[in-house]
Design a protein around this ligand. Structure first.
Ligand SMILES: [Zn+2]
Length: 400
């Protein structure tokens, strides 16, 4: 039996007579979304709710059009139960992730399946250009999904920078060179739909954990490309830090007396362990231009002799940083999103061996995994965040 918890977004409804309805609906929807398909009897058994309560709630959800019946399931004896599932085609969320040059757009249906994944152009990285590109993408998706039951029910935006929770104000983005930009407010003036704005590494972490480690209460995700960002679940909750500034692990000093980083600190991890740093080291090693994205993957998969020292140094610097994170945050699982490591099992094995050798064990050690989401991770997380807001709204309708 599941614990009947009050969902945090139910706020101060604890004195409300309809609270039990909110809790029951949250529990049932949550279970259906996690299990994919289930019968009324299985839902009752799993939640500990009575069959009457389950049937009444399911009738409401069927009428709302968010759940559908999908024919008979398997049963050991007698009549086969009618199965239920979230109706994916009922509505869609759009997740957008902003990089310095383009916009990654992932459309996801209500059941959490990716419907479209594309890269859209952006006219520069000024707040005006990004707001215009986001509003255009949202309007296009609203038209595309306009005929579904709930249409485009939400838009999530992942930004490389510190984002204030609630207001969606960008406190600071070094990558975009923005300071104190009321981003959510500006988009809302051009696109009036439901909007969620968050930090890209935080949203990628939410996606990574949901898909690959839902049971891990202490979970860290590292995003390694131009720089190194991170997100973390601590005691089962995503951690934001003051002003949404958690996760700038790329700016911890890894080399005492190292060069000054654009952030102001000296010898930052970004300057040694990022993919950008690796490319520069490879360019220097061959006395030529740094490799582009595709060439980097080819080199990582089959490193020529001249590149071996650069790759070995890269893994060494990564190991040093990962060991410090494992020792300070004690995650049970760490997902690493890095194209070069994904292209080379040998590099990833070297990282794992280095961490196992040097990090404190924390009762069994931290499991290191490669991300399977790649560069789409922040956009997928943004779409998931918008989907969560939508389901929270549906749950609260249960109290009306
Ligand atoms: Zn720095």
């Amino acid at each position: 039996m599941k614990e009947l918890g009050i969902p945090p977004y139910a706020g101060d409804r604890t004195g409300d007579k309809s609270l039990s309805k909110v809790v029951n609906r949250a529990l049932l929807l949550d279970l259906l979304r996690k299990s994919g398909r289930s019968s009324r009897a299985a839902l009752a058994k799993e939640t500990g709710l009575t069959k009457v309560t389950v049937s009444s709630q399911v009738a409401d959800l069927l009428e709302l059009g968010i759940v559908r019946e999908t024919g008979a399931g398997a049963s050991e004896l007698g009549r086969k139960p009618v199965m239920l599932e979230v109706d994916g085609a009922a509505g869609f969320a759009l997740g957008l992730s902003i990089s310095t040059e383009s916009l990654r757009a992932v459309a996801m249906n209500a059941a959490g399946e990716v419907d479209r994944d594309e890269v859209l152009p952006m006219e520069g990285r000024s707040p005006e250009a990004v707001v215009a590109a986001v509003a255009d993408a949202a309007r296009r998706a609203k038209r595309r999904y306009g005929r579904s039951r709930f249409g485009l029910f939400g838009v999530g935006v992942a930004l490389p920078g510190a984002v204030e929770r609630g207001s969606g104000r960008v406190v600071r983005s070094a990558k975009l060179n923005w300071t104190d930009v009321p981003f959510q407010e500006a988009v809302a003036r051009r696109y009036p739909g439901m909007l969620h704005v968050g930090n890209d590494a935080t949203l990628a972490t939410i996606a990574e954990r949901r898909l690959h480690a839902p049971e891990a209460d202490d979970f860290v995700c590292l995003l390694i490309d131009e720089g190194i960002g991170s997100g973390a679940f601590i005691n089962g909750a995503i951690h934001y830090g003051y002003n949404g500034q958690f996760g700038e692990v790329g700016h911890m000093t890894i080399v005492h007396g190292g060069p000054r980083c654009p952030c102001g600190n000296l010898g930052c991890w970004d300057l040694y362990g990022s993919e950008l740093a690796l490319r520069q080291a490879l360019g220097a090693a061959r006395r030529g231009p740094p490799p582009g994205a595709e060439e980097l993957l080819a080199l990582a998969a089959a490193p020529p002799d001249w590149s071996r020292e650069a790759f070995a140094n890269f893994v060494g610097y990564l190991t040093t940083g990962v060991v410090s994170i494992v020792n300070s945050l004690a995650p049970s699982t760490m997902a690493i999103n890095c194209d070069a490591l994904a292209a080379s099992p040998a590099l990833f094995d070297a990282l794992k061996a280095g961490v196992a050798d040097r990090a404190m064990a924390h009762g069994g050690g931290c499991e290191l995994r490669l991300s399977s989401l790649g560069k789409a991770a922040p956009a997928i997380g943004a779409a998931m965040a918008a989907t969560e807001r939508f389901f929270e709204g549906l749950v609260l309708q249960g109290s009306q």
